[in-house]
Design a protein around this ligand. Structure first.
Ligand SMILES: O=P(O)(O)OC[C@H]1O[C@H](O[C@H]2O[C@H](CO)[C@@H](O)[C@H](O)[C@H]2O)[C@H](O)[C@@H](O)[C@@H]1O
Length: 377
């Protein structure tokens, strides 16, 4: 079995060196020409947050969790512990034949997270492009199976990256669902459109369970942009029904201040909650809806509710994807695949190490399997 490295490099950025080691470029949403790919400690005045005055307490677990993915603090999982984890969550490539056997006679539905799954993690969220080959692999899969992108990003942004009209998109962590705008497969016609909210003219299915939160999300976006202006490297991303506060490019010494600022703002908005992704704090409405709900909604919309001949495959790399893995685990149908190079707590059954392995897995899904009993004549 491959001997992977430990947690230490979990959030290492593809093609970028660690922030502290870089020079020459700045990463700040408030500087003209921000579009650099790499992070750098920008020379900004230190942020002083009067925690007592703001009435904010930072639960140790939050800051600890922010630090947990930092190379400086992470504890590598190696040796027997690592091997044990890999036995519980084997490679989906190595186990492909048994996955194919489990899916035999069932209708596969594919759910794909975007960042860290179809595109490598990079310092600048606006540059998280997917490769042409990956796009072609996803396109090929969507020709055979209903395929959905399930992302924390807003739909428009993730569509700009993926550029495939034939897919379903669940943006804003599943709070904005849209069916394909092109009738690319026979499946699209069999949809039992369970419609909520609005949608594009050609959209088959739409769902926006957090529509009423749009004004408050916009308001908090403006407030947070202002608050983050003094924290070098911080970036607030508007994902329509949720917000992301990125700290990948913030000096670790400032993480506590950033966390406190975000929490101070949140205190005024009890209808919003905070979750954590990969070097990002995510703000979203307090509604009972997540990527797992989106997966259930799409399965139902596709007419698979209550059927046992469906085999959903969900591939994702982030904590928010765990909600979908849990749904599959509870359904006892299909599989969750976590994209990770390192052992992590997960409900997923299988793993893939990185987007290039995701691509390989997707290609295998549509490749005709050679007949195992065939003898050479
Ligand atoms: O559900 P996802 O599609 O995985 O979206 C989750 C977040 O992904 C993006 O942030 C992450 O990727 C960035 C680009 O590689 C990286 O710079 C950042 O540190 C990661 O957290 C996206 O920008 C967020 O808005 C999403 O919430």
């Amino acid at each position: 079995m491959t001997n992977h490295a430990g947690f230490a490099a979990e959030d290492a950025v593809t093609g970028a060196v660690p922030a502290a080691a870089q020079a020459g470029r700045h990463f700040s949403p408030f500087m003209a020409g921000r579009r650099g790919t790499d992070c750098k400690k920008a020379a900004a005045p230190p942020v002083h947050v009067d925690l007592a005055g703001a009435g904010v307490t930072i639960p140790g677990s939050w800051l600890d969790s922010m630090r947990a993915s930092s190379p400086r603090h992470a504890k590598p999982v190696v040796g027997a512990e690592h091997d044990e984890w890999m036995e519980k969550h084997p490679s989906a490539l190595a186990m492909f034949e048994s996955i194919a056997a489990a899916a035999k006679g069932k209708e596969i539905v594919v759910f794909l997270d975007y960042d860290g799954t179809l595109s490598p993690i990079v310092a600048d969220p606006d540059r998280a492009v997917m490769t042409h080959d990956m796009r072609e692999a996803v396109r090929a899969v969507s020709k055979h199976f209903p395929t959905a992108i399930v992302s924390g990003r807003c739909i428009d942004k993730v569509f700009d990256f993926v550029k495939l009209e034939e897919l379903y998109y669940a943006g804003s962590h599943g709070m904005d669902i849209r069916g394909p705008t092109a009738a690319a497969s026979e499946y699209h016609h069999s949809m039992n459109a369970n419609q909520q909210g609005g949608g594009g003219e050609d959209a088959v299915v739409t769902c926006q369970p957090a529509a009423e939160f749009l004004p408050v999300i916009d308001e908090v976006y403006q407030v947070l942009k202002g608050r983050m202006a003094s924290i070098a490297g911080a970036l607030v991303e508007n994902n329509k029904f949720c917000l992301s506060v990125h700290y990948r490019c913030v000096d670790e010494a400032e993480w506590g201040a950033l966390d406190a600022e975000v929490r101070a703002v949140m205190e005024g908005y009890p209808d919003l909650r905070l979750t954590k992704g990969r070097k990002v704090l995510e703000i979203r409405p307090v509604i009972d809806w997540d990527k797992g709900s989106a997966l259930q909604f799409l399965l139902k919309s596709l007419g698979y509710k209550g059927r046992n001949d469906v085999f959903p495959i969900y591939i994702g790399d982030d904590r928010t994807d765990e909600d979908a893995f849990k749904v599959l685990r509870n359904m006892g149908q299909g599989i969750g695949i976590l994209v990770t190079k390192f052992p992590k707590e997960t409900t997923a059954s299988y793993t893939l190490r990185e987007p290039s392995e995701v691509k390989e897995f997707l290609r295998k899904l549509v490749k005709p399997t050679p007949k195992s009993n065939e003898t050479k004549g």
